[in-house]
Design a protein around this ligand. Sequence first.
Ligand code: SAH
Length: 386
Amino acid sequence: MRGGVLRLKKGREARARVHPWLFKGDVAEIGAVEPGEAVTVVDFAGHFVGRGFFNPRPALCCRLATWDDEALDEAFFARRIAAAVARRPDPALARLVWSEADGLPGLVVDRFTDVLVLQSLTLGTAGARATLVAALRRVVGDLPVLLADDATAARLEGFEPARGWVGREGPAAVDVREGPVTFRVRLGGGHKTGHYLDQRENRARVAALAAGRRVLDAFCYTAGFACAALVAGAREAVGIETSAEALAGARENLALNGVADRARLVDANAFDELRRLERERARFDLIVLDPPPFTRGRAAVEAAARGYKEINLRSMRLLPPGGLLATFSCSHHVTEARFEAICREAAGDAGLRLRTLATLGQAADHPVLLTVPETGYLKGLLLERV
Ligand code: SAH
């Protein structure tokens, strides 16, 4: 077998043409190739299929980046990044690159106006970091770049997660605007990096319904939904969050938007606090449930489902007739249909009728590929108590 060539088993090329992931079980043979290097993928008969980065460590051993016979070099990355940027409705504040969905598997890039935040999720993109940064700067300009690799992905793929600025230091924080709302995004310095861009459209959507309402923002992080709702005229908002760092960011954002006097932050586990509010017979006319992923794997889906059901059931019980619930799941393995079923069960147990006003998803800067369902993860329902 030639070096740098990966030959697929018979019949495996059909899937490989529409889905970039190759597993060890798909591989007939592979020539000499260093972990993290590019390989040319051919079908069993030796015909070209595509090119991607190889890693012998995980079961998912190769992710195809192209189906054309082209080199995976700086010019290639620049072309892919430019195409991705052109698809963004607001490229100054956006996830500029969303991995497989933008034809750059293993790479995530967020832009917060004057700063780029880059995440490598595979050995291939970690190894190509310098080239990727050069390509990125070629497309969007010479902005400061913060590396913010995810430790879990790094462990699975077998690379040292990089965190910190590339070359010159960037600012400690940047202020970004989502319509009329300002958010302070803290960068580097050991702080949790970022701002959830995937919820941007949903924050605006919920805010548009918030005027005059009492809002509960559970799992509020830096009070994204609460700020948007209050700026849009919500009467008051309560945010629930466990992370001290997130709570500090929430306080800062509420003050920045001049709405702190109408907000209250509760440092508590949302499960406990929802139970307490229910006992207290509290009422909220707009509730947002945006928890972290309750499962990252297929195995724990049942436990995750119980968690989702519990918080939805308790939240529904806090709604008066006409009250709204914007409820989300970002667990990839909990499908849209499953999530809807969980919410239906919760409503059944609560003995409440709810109208589905809308199904919600991730913002347009997190595109989803039809043939790569893994690119979609955020789902939500906007419900109204009848
Ligand atoms: N809606 C937010 C993003 C929420 S991310 C936005 O628009 O920006 C989920 C948040 O839930 C994280 O900040 C995490 O710290 C918090 N969290 C996780 N478990 C929690 C729990 N049991 N109770 C309260 N908050 C929790």
